[in-house]
Design a protein around this ligand. Structure first.
Ligand code: CTP
Ligand code: MG
Length: 553
C-alpha cells in the first residue's frame, strides 16, 4: 500500500473565486440534457441520497495515478463510479457499490498528526489521501468541470448558433447542472447530514431550490433542508394496547424558537467540527432562520434551514413544470442569464428580483399562452389522487406527482417567439394594479401596494417578491421593453458568421446605458437604436470586451 488516507480536518483555501477561464472543460455528462426527467421527485431524491451515502470525497495529491488510486480503494469493495474535479487542489468523488465499503475505508483511516496545531478528531467521509513517498509521477487525470462557461466562450457559442432557438438551447446546455455537479450537491448534503445526525440520528438533510428543481445554473447556491420529521413522528406508529410512550423533551414557546435552537446548535457544530465548512453565519432572526456557510472542497455556498417543508414542495412543483415541456427550462435559463447580465439579480440579498421570482414569471407567462404551454397549479391539483394529498401547516399543497398523468401542451410556438413575447408581455404588464398568480394562471388585483406582487403558490397570503423596490421593478420593465424592441428590429436570420455581430439572444445580453428610467418611451426607443448601433460598432473592433458578466455568482 502506497497511500495513507487521512481524515481531513484542515482543508485548503477558499474555493469561491475559482478562475473560470482556466478550468479545463473535461468530460461533461449532463443531468437533464436532451431528456426530460420523468421520475417522480421523491423517487429521484431518494435514489440520489442513497447513492451519496455510499460515496466519499477525497482530497488527492496533484500527481496521482488514477489506476493505482482506484486499485487502492477497491480493496474496500467494488466502486460504482468516480470522477475528479479541481477546486484549489484535486478532489475525487468515489461512489462504492456497497455502503459497508465506506466503513471499511474509514476503519483504515487515521487522524492527522500536526506539528504546530492540534487536530480535533472527527470521523467523516471527507478524507485526504497522502503519498507515503513522492514517487508517483503520472498525472493524466481528466477533471470534470464544475463551472459555467466563460463569457468569451458563451459569446462565441451564441454568435455561431443557427437560430435563436438554438441559442437558448445552447445556453441551457452550457449552464445547467452536470451529472457530476448534481452528485457533488447530494454528497455535500449527505456529509452535513452525518454531522447533524450526531444530535438527531434520524434526520435527513435534503437539497431543495435550484439544486433540484431543474432550473439550477452551475455556480448556484446549495439550499439544504434539515428534515426532522422522522424524529418527530417516530412514536406515532408504535402505539398498542392501553399505553402510549412519549419521549421526555424540553418545551419552548413556539415553533420558531425550536427552529432557532436547533439551527444554532448545528451551526456551532459545523463551525467547530465540520471539515471544510467555513464562514459559518447563523442568521436566526430572518423570516426563515438559516445557517449560511461555505463548503470549501465543493465550492458551494450553502444555506441550511429547517421547518421549511413548503419550500421543498415548491421545489417539487418547479421540477414538474421544468419536466413538462422542453421549452420551459430553455426560456427560464435565458431569462435568468439576461437578468444577471443586466444586474437585475445579484448574489447579495437586497431589493432586487430573485431567480425564484423570475422563474414564477416565466411559468405564469407560459400559462397565459394560447393554447397554454403549462397548466395552472389548480389544474394540477384537480389531477391529484388520494396519495398526492398534502397539507402543510394548514396550507393545501396538493398537486399531482405523477408526471405521466399530465397531458402535454398542443402549443407549438418557437422559443424565439416566446422570448420576444415574454419581454413584450412583462414590458407592458400592469404591475401597478395586478399580481401574478400561477395557481389560477391569471392576473388578479394586488392585495397590497408592493411594487411587484407574485403570490406564493402554497402560502397564498405571502408575496414572494415583497423585497423588490419600485426602482428595481422599473429597471426590469425598461430592460424588458428594450429587449423586446431589439429582438423585433432584428432580421429573423442570423448575420453571416464573418460579420461577428452579436445577434438574437447575444444582442439582448449586452449591457445597456444607465439612466434609462428617466427617459420617456419615445426617447428611449430612439436612443436605444443609437446605443445598439454604437455597441455593434464597438463590438466589431473588440468582439468580446463589452460582453457583461453573465455568470451566476
Ligand atoms: N423560496 C420561497 N419563497 C421565497 C424565496 C425562496 O418559497 N420568497 C423557496 C423556493 O422554493 C426557492 C428556495 O426557497 O426555490 C430557495 O431559494 P433561493 O436560493 O433564493 O432560490 P433558488 O430557486 O434556489 O434560485 P438560485 O439559483 O438563485 O439560488
Ligand atoms: Mg438557491
Amino acid at each position: 500500500q502506497r497511500f495513507i488516507v487521512r481524515l481531513l480536518s484542515c482543508p485548503g483555501t477558499v474555493a469561491e473565486d475559482l478562475r473560470r477561464d482556466e478550468q479545463p472543460s473535461g468530460s461533461v455528462e449532463t443531468g437533464f440534457e436532451d431528456k426530460i426527467p420523468r421520475k417522480r421527485f421523491s423517487e429521484m431524491q431518494n435514489e440520489r441520497r442513497e447513492q451519496a451515502q455510499r460515496t466519499v470525497l477525497i482530497h488527492c495529491p496533484d500527481k496521482i495515478s488514477e489506476n493505482k488510486f482506484l486499485k487502492y480503494l477497491s480493496q474496500h469493495g467494488p466502486i460504482n463510479n468516480h470522477f475528479f474535479y479541481e477546486s484549489f487542489g484535486l478532489y475525487a468523488v468515489v461512489e462504492f457499490c456497497r455502503k459497508e465499503s465506506v466503513g471499511s475505508l474509514q476503519n483504515g483511516t487515521q487522524t492527522p498528526n500536526m506539528a504546530m496545531e492540534t487536530a480535533i478528531p472527527f470521523r467523516s467521509r471527507f478524507l485526504s489521501l497522502k503519498l507515503k513517498n513522492q514517487t508517483s509521477k503520472q498525472s493524466c487525470i481528466q477533471s470534470s468541470n464544475q463551472l459555467p462557461p466563460s463569457n468569451r466562450k458563451l459569446f462565441e457559442l451564441l454568435c455561431y448558433a443557427e437560430s435563436v432557438d438554438d441559442q437558448l438551447n445552447t445556453l441551457l446546455k452550457e449552464f445547467q447542472l452536470t451529472e457530476e455537479n448534481t452528485k457533488l450537491r447530494y454528497l455535500t448534503c449527505s456529509l452535513i447530514e452525518d454531522i447533524a445526525a450526531a444530535y438527531f440520528p434520524d434526520c435527513v438533510v435534503r437539497p431543495f431550490g435550484s439544486s433540484v428543481n431543474t432550473f439550477g445554473k452551475l455556480g448556484c447556491d446549495l439550499d439544504m433542508f434539515l428534515d426532522l420529521d422522522e424524529t418527530r413522528n417516530l412514536s406515532s406508529h408504535k402505539t398498542s394496547g392501553n399505553f402510549l410512550m412519549e419521549f421526555q423533551v424540553k418545551n419552548v414557546p413556539s415553533e420558531r424558537i425550536a427552529t432557532q435552537k436547533i439551527l444554532s446548535v448545528i451551526g456551532e457544530c459545523l463551525d467547530h467540527f465540520g471539515p471544510g465548512c467555513v464562514g459559518v453565519q447563523k442568521i436566526l432572526n430572518a423570516r426563515c432562520p438559516l445557517v449560511r456557510f461555505s463548503h470549501q472542497a465543493s465550492g458551494f455556498q450553502c444555506d441550511l434551514t429547517t421547518n421549511n417543508k413548503i419550500a421543498l414542495t415548491s421545489s417539487e412543483l418547479l421540477y414538474i413544470y421544468g419536466a413538462l415541456d422542453s421549452r420551459v427550462r430553455a426560456l427560464v435559463f435565458g431569462i435568468r442569464c439576461w437578468a444577471r447580465a443586466h444586474s437585475l439579480t445579484s448574489s447579495i440579498p437586497g431589493a432586487w428580483i430573485t431567480n425564484f421570482s423570475l422563474t414564477m414569471m416565466v411559468i405564469f407567462f407560459l400559462q397565459r399562452r394560447s393554447p397554454p404551454i403549462l397548466p395552472t397549479l389548480d389544474s394540477l391539483k384537480t389531477l391529484a389522487d388520494a396519495e398526492d394529498k398534502c397539507i402543510i401547516e394548514g396550507n393545501n399543497c396538493t398537486f399531482v406527482h405523477d408526471l405521466n398523468r399530465i397531458k402535454p401542451s398542443g402549443n407549438t410556438e418557437t422559443l424565439e417567439l416566446l422570448l420576444k413575447e415574454f419581454f413584450e408581455y412583462f414590458g407592458n404588464f400592469a404591475f401597478n394594479k395586478n399580481s401574478i398568480n400561477i395557481r389560477q394562471g391569471r392576473e388578479q388585483n394586488k392585495p397590497d401596494s408592493s411594487p411587484l406582487y407574485i403570490q406564493n403558490p402554497f402560502e397564498t397570503s405571502l408575496n414572494i417578491s415583497k423585497n423588490v423596490s419600485q426602482s428595481q421593478l422599473q429597471k426590469f420593465v425598461d430592460l424588458a421593453q428594450e429587449s423586446a424592441w431589439i429582438l423585433q428590429q432584428e432580421d429573423t436570420h442570423r448575420p453571416s458568421i464573418s460579420s461577428n455581430q452579436p445577434w438574437g439572444l447575444a444582442a439582448v445580453l449586452l449591457p445597456s446605458v444607465p439612466n434609462r428610467a428617466s427617459l420617456t418611451k419615445k426617447k428611449r426607443k430612439r436612443s436605444a437604436n443609437e446605443r445598439v448601433k454604437n455597441l455593434l460598432e464597438s463590438l466589431k473592433s473588440n468582439r468580446t470586451a463589452n460582453f457583461t458578466e453573465t455568470n451566476e455568482k
